[in-house]
Design a protein around this ligand. Structure first.
Ligand code: AMP
Length: 370
């Protein structure tokens, strides 16, 4: 268990690392960021940082020696880096959580083997494999590279009439999976935390809308039945236990069917704090960032209760230019990431709009909301 004044090492210096570092500071903990990108947003708010490649073993060695626990803010940390650090101390979440979630085939097989439903999927390693998989799963289908896919990158839709050789070319012949197309009603996610002793706390299910493959809004509560929400929490708990997970994670799900037929398919697991959990900063008694810090510090988990209806909107690229508007809008909470260049498609900040429930506890009541 960490004591106040301890240092959390964070691999990755983007906005997620930045918000973990800020939450750590509110709880009397320091953050040391390790990131190869100069001008990383998290460098601005931490007690110390290392700007070096993830393969720089000498820098990693010094980093490991200077921190009390190491965590990560993105899932594409090289596995060898994670294993190197795990061998030198406490890595939370584990290298195994990374190994499972870095590869879509391993991830989907892991979820299926737990008895949890996913879209039908098949491994595809060459054009002949793609032809076979399409013959089995039908069209439309979605071809996804096994590794390094995010925000719709490394994905191609296989439609009726599409030339499979061209689709295979589009993904540059990388090892992939083909998934049956899911005719979903909506997309939701559950963000939850687990401690090493098995204590578990889940935030309410968020409903997510994407634009150009990038998350646009997360709204809570999601428009799903109570049984579906309960099932989402049960899925998260099962996955967390199977991974012996420590920290915050997200499970992205498709909601299929309506009414009594409504059910869930797991799309992805993110072994980290997640964009669809940003609403918790202003809409729950504990933020996902404070919760992650508590979990990896071995501290008691915070109360995940929601305090009202919440909508999180990402500020992408030039959306951020409206910041003065959000500063004056009643009920709106602006979060900016300190990035200087508002490039198209770049996440610059987000706004949480909260419509508080009558009689809800004060949002600042609990320490370490972050
Ligand atoms: P992913 O990178 O797996 O999160 O996919 C990005 C987005 O593509 C998802 O949020 C969905 O909107 C869509 N998508 C992914 N897989 C499927 C699928 N099997 N069927 C339908 N839509 C999908």
């Amino acid at each position: 268990m960490l004591v106040p004044g301890s240092t959390i090492g964070i691999l990755g210096g983007g906005q997620l690392g930045r918000m973990i570092a800020l939450a750590a500071a509110e709880l009397g903990l320091k953050a040391h960021i390790f990131c190869p990108e100069p001008n990383s947003p998290a460098f601005q708010v931490c007690a110390g940082f290392t700007c070096a490649p993830y393969t720089d073993l000498a820098a990693l060695e010094r980093f490991a020696a200077s921190v009390d626990v190491v965590t990560y803010e993105f899932e594409n940390v090289p596995l060898s880096t994670a294993e190197f650090l795990a061998a030198r101390g406490n890595l939370s979440p584990s290298a195994r959580a990374l190994a499972v979630t870095q590869d879509r085939l391993v991830e989907k097989s892991f979820v299926r083997d737990l008895g949890i439903a996913t879209a039908p999927f098949l491994a595809v390693d060459d054009l002949a494999g793609l032809e076979q998989a399409v013959a089995i799963l039908g069209r439309p289908a979605v071809l996804k590279t096994r590794r390094f896919g995010y925000d719709g990158k490394g994905q191609a839709l296989v439609r009726a009439g599409d030339d499979l050789a061209a689709v295979w070319q589009a993904l540059k012949g990388q090892s992939s999976i083909l998934e049956g197309f899911v005719p979903f009603e909506r997309e939701v996610s559950v963000v939850a935390a687990r401690r090493a002793d098995g204590a578990f706390a889940a935030f309410e299910v968020a409903e997510n809308v994407h634009r150009d493959h990038i998350l646009h809004t997360s709204t809570v509560p999601a428009r799903i039945g109570a049984a579906t929400a309960q099932a989402a929490h049960a899925i998260a708990a099962t996955i967390a236990q199977a991974l012996d997970y420590v920290g915050v994670f997200a499970v992205e799900l498709f909601v299929v069917g309506r009414g009594a037929d409504e059910h869930l398919l797991v799309n992805e697991i993110a072994p980290r704090v997640h964009n669809s959990g940003h609403w918790t900063q202003d809409g729950a008694l504990t933020s996902q960032f404070a919760q992650h810090v508590r979990a990896i510090a071995g501290w008691p988990l915070g109360d995940p209760s929601r305090i009202g209806r919440v909508e999180m909107t990402n500020l992408i690229g030039r959306d951020v230019e409206a910041y003065l508007h959000y500063l004056t809008e009643p009920g709106a909470h602006l979060h900016l990431y300190g990035k200087d260049e508002a490039r198209a498609g770049r996440k610059m900040g987000h706004v949480n709009r909260v419509w508080r429930d009558a009689g809800a506890p004060a949002p600042r009541a609990a320490p370490g909301r972050g």
